[in-house]
Design a protein around this ligand. Structure first.
Ligand code: PNS
Length: 162
């Protein structure tokens, strides 16, 4: 059974993340979306809120081989713990490359048995990030089409709260 972990901050989960998830769910038997608090970012949504939102989306879309969880500590340790041989990440443009290049090098240093696969974001999502969704949503703008439809209302409502 091919298991992958799809880690990230997902603050919030966007259609760009969804795009990557679809590819991963086609390629792997089981996809574990793993939410974490990235120490270098200041999250707006709590880990619990993010996990709940993603869980709602998985249920609404009946994604049978996808589950969501959260982790702390090293990603490679978490991958070993859940039996994942692969890490999945999305790449939007060259701006992501250096960051991903570094993470990949560190993870390979830490665990040679874990491999990372990358999916390129579709061109129409290359401009999209969780931070722009947070900004638009918190200013009362329309985030339809930027986040999965199944969880649009809950994300929009939450981001409008101060
Ligand atoms: O969505 P993000 O915030 O860009 O995801 C970053 C993530 C989760 C890939 C990275 O921060 C991570 O793996 N953190 C866990 C700590 C760890 O394993 N660090 C060593 C490799 S960077």
């Amino acid at each position: 059974m091919r298991v992958c972990v799809y880690p990230g901050s997902f603050d919030p989960f966007t259609v760009g993340h969804h795009d990557v998830l679809e590819h991963a769910a086609q390629m792997f038997d089981r996809v574990v979306i793993a939410v974490l608090n990235n120490a270098s970012k200041s999250p707006v949504l709590s880990v619990k809120e993010r996990v709940d939102m993603i869980s709602r989306m998985i249920e609404a879309e009946e994604l049978e081989n996808v589950v969501v969880s959260h982790f702390e500590g090293l990603l490679v340790d978490y991958a070993h713990q859940i039996g994942a041989d692969y890490i999945v990440r999305g790449l939007r443009a060259t701006m992501d490359f250096e960051y991903e290049f570094q993470i990949n090098a560190l993870n390979r240093h830490l665990a040679q048995d874990i491999k990372t696969v990358y999916f390129m974001a579709s061109p129409e999502h290359s401009f999209l990030s969780s931070s722009v969704v947070r900004e638009i949503g918190s200013l009362g703008g329309n985030i339809e089409g930027l986040v999965p439809e199944s969880i649009h209302n809950i994300i929009a409502e939450r981001l409008r709260k101060p």
